[in-house]
Each structure stands twice: as structure tokens, then as C-alpha cells.
Design a binder for this molecule. Sequence first.
Ligand code: R5P
Length: 300
Amino acid sequence: MKPMVFGGKNGEHLAIELASMKGFDLGSVEVKKFPDGETYIRILDEVQGRDVIYINSLQRDPNEAVVETLYTLDTLRDLGARRVVAVIPYMSYARQDSRFNPGEAVSIQILAKLFKTIKVDQIITVDMHLHRISDPSSLFGANFHNITGVRELGKYLKRNYDLTRSDTVVIGPDEEAEQWARVMAEELGGLEFSFLEKKRLTAEKVVIEAKGVNVEGKNVVIVDDIISTGGTIIEAVKALRSLGARDFYVATVHPLLVGDALARLLRLGLKELVGTNTVLSPISRVSITPAIAEALDRIF
Ligand code: R5P
């Protein structure tokens, strides 16, 4: 029997797309609130003996999304699904991956423990923020797959712009983003790539230095995993402009765009600002579904 795909509140758009792309059955899950604020979950299809895929991003209201996701996955298992695959396009709490100050919760470790307790068969996520964690399967278990959305962003830029080796450089706004800059550069036909030096002062404020990058008179493609407050991109653009960079094409996998981030970014006069639909936003013009479908092909 073909797999059945369910979408949570932040994953329904992807579940619908995946079901139609792969010819899977689309299941329904009812999510509502009890009067006291507790979450109510009900699976509305028969899942006994079936392979099921559940998609939900842990964003917008991350705590709500975590409860919704864990309760739904456990219920699917409890109702006798044969294999349960969790697709978590945006994994929240990944930036709290260390005890930065005494007494802090290492949130991503706790979240991973909760996922492990439910014993889903496979977990697929997209460009999970891995700053200090080198191997996420050490937290989540061996059945954890961290796929990238950068190739889909690269294909979009390639389709829409003529970015050539002689006049374009790909930049990651911090050291960790070098990995995405490399993939983007490859996808755009072997462009040069580099990264900047970033120091985070607070959750909203960063300082960026562009040492040793040659962008004078060139187009710059900036690629990062997350745009949250927009501070990183704004500072990166400022630093690169001061070195004479020409036009900017900014691509991100997870466009969280909190508060007035979008308005502040639009004021930069970028040629392009694009994100994937791991989280829905006004710039989510690139679908992550083909990358998820590929990962599922490998699993099933
Ligand atoms: C952090 O290192 C990430 O890769 C992003 O650069 C960061 O989350 C972006 O956040 P913001 O938009 O608030 O600067």
C-alpha cells in the first residue's frame, strides 16, 4: 500500500504538495484546543499497518508546534502505523545547542530526547542549524537525515538570473555558512565562494567583518540557513557594499523573518530576496518538496 502523508499546522502545504508529487494518499489530522488551552489531536484516517509520513515545521509558535508534532507522531505509532517518518523541515531550538550561561537549558538536547522517546522510524530535517553539534545523529539517533534546501535555491537563481563566474561571488555571512556557500557556488556552475566573520552581541545584534574577500564591482549571492531578525544579512550587505560590491541576491532556507525583518531587508534594495517554504513567508518562492521527496525515495 502506498504511504499516507499527514501535515501539521505548519506543514500542511508541504504534505499536499508531496502527496500530489509522489501519488501518496493524503491523510487528515484534526488539531484543536480544549477550553483550558490544552492541545487535542485526532487522526481521521485508518493508519494500521501503513507507512505514514508526518510533516510539520517547529516554528511560528514553536512550543505549540512541538506539542502538536510529538502528540501526533506518538498517536500515529499508537494506532498501529507500520513505519512512521517524521519530516521536520524547520527544527526549532537548534541554536540553543550549548549552555552559554550557567544554568541554561540545552534545549535542542531535550527536544532530541523527546523525539527519541517516541521512537519514530526516520526523521528528516532541512539544514538544521549545526553550529556546535557536528553530528546530529549523536543526539537524535542514527535514523536522522539532515538534507539541504540550498540546491533548490541555487536552481531558482540559475533559472532566473545570469550569474557568471567572472562577475559573481557567493558569500556565507559567517563561518558556519561556508558549507551553504560552497553548495550554492557549485549549483551555480562553480562560482567563487567565501565567508565573513560574524560576532553575535545579542539575539538581535551582530557585527560583521569582511576581511580578505574581493567583491569590488561584483554581484554577490549571500546564502544563509536562517533569516530571523535580518540583522546578519543587513550587516553583511553593509560590509560588502563598503568594499564596492554591486548587486545583491540573498537566499535563505528558513525565512523566519521575525518582527519587521522583511521591511528592513526590503529597504536594502536587493536584486533578489528568496527563501524556501520550510516555513511560509512572503518570500517563500522555492519549494523544498523535491528535496524531501528525494530523501524519502532513499528511505522507502
Ligand atoms: C546563525 O548563525 C544563523 O546561521 C543565522 O545567520 C542567524 O540565525 C540569522 O539570524 P538573524 O537574521 O537574526 O541575524
